[in-house]
Write a protein that binds this ligand. Structure first.
Ligand code: DX5
Ligand code: ZN
Length: 217
């Protein structure tokens, strides 16, 4: 399949958020990545329900919501009401992951599981049949603009093999330090969805940068 691009709103201009959502609407991007941080699971706080509800009113692409919060089970139904289409929880924040992802699917959303850089993808073997997406964190979660962790290529390749061998229908997403230089190698290693924040919104031509990430050059 052709890979997807999911621009991260964390790097958008919060004073003119609507402008950046409209920019994504008219771009060749596929999803809109929304990073939810609670100041506990990660050492940063981003935005929450009211902001994403307003984004949903103008968004013309699916909302790809990445929860970097403790105890995500408390809020799954609220994220559905708020407009999440894909809901990703952190592996490290879930004691009963199977229950959590089953609930996400029962609510009518696609279920994703994110793994921090230190979490081996082999731990996902038994959850793959129950999810739609694995998000490999390619930086430590919490902030945009950090550098890509090179060991991530091995994790992507290992997960690609696990998914293909098990004939699972699971997308591989990468998040953190993705740019127009590493995008091609990431896709060639097996990535299906590229998240990118600073690369897009700090560039002079965000629409052109999204196009480069989509066309790989
Ligand atoms: C980091 C977030 C990322 C972030 C990526 O904790 O999960 O989605 O927005 O930002 P860049 O692309 O700037 O590394
Ligand atoms: Zn993210």
């Amino acid at each position: 399949m052709n890979h997807l691009v999911s621009p991260s709103l964390l790097a958008a201009d919060f004073g003119n958020l609507a402008n950046d959502v409209k920019l994504i609407n008219k771009s060749v991007a596929d999803w809109i990545h929304c990073d939810i941080m609670d100041g506990v699971f990660v050492p940063n706080i981003s935005f929450g329900f009211p902001v994403i509800a307003d984004v949903k009113k103008i968004a013309r692409k699916p909302l790809d919501v990445h929860l970097m919060i403790v105890d995500p089970d408390r809020y799954l139904a609220r994220w559905k009401e708020t407009g999440a289409d894909i809901l990703t929880v952190q592996y490290e924040a879930c004691t009963h992951l199977h229950r959590t992802v089953t609930e996400i699917r029962n609510l009518g959303m696609k279920a994703g599981v994110a793994v921090n850089p230190h979490t081996p993808v082999s731990l996902l073997k038994n959850i793959l049949p129950y999810i739609d997406l694995v998000l490999i964190m390619t930086v430590n979660p919490g902030f945009g603009g950090q550098s890509f962790i090179m060991e991530s290529y091995n994790k992507i390749a290992e997960l690609r093999k696990m998914i293909d061998n098990g004939r699972n229908k699971v997308l591989i997403q990468v998040d953190g330090g993705v740019d127009t230089k590493n995008a091609r190698r990431l896709v060639e290693t097996g990535v299906n969805v590229l998240v990118a924040g600073n690369t897009i919104f700090s560039s002079k031509d965000p629409l052109g940068t999204i196009r480069k990430l989509k066309k790989l050059g």
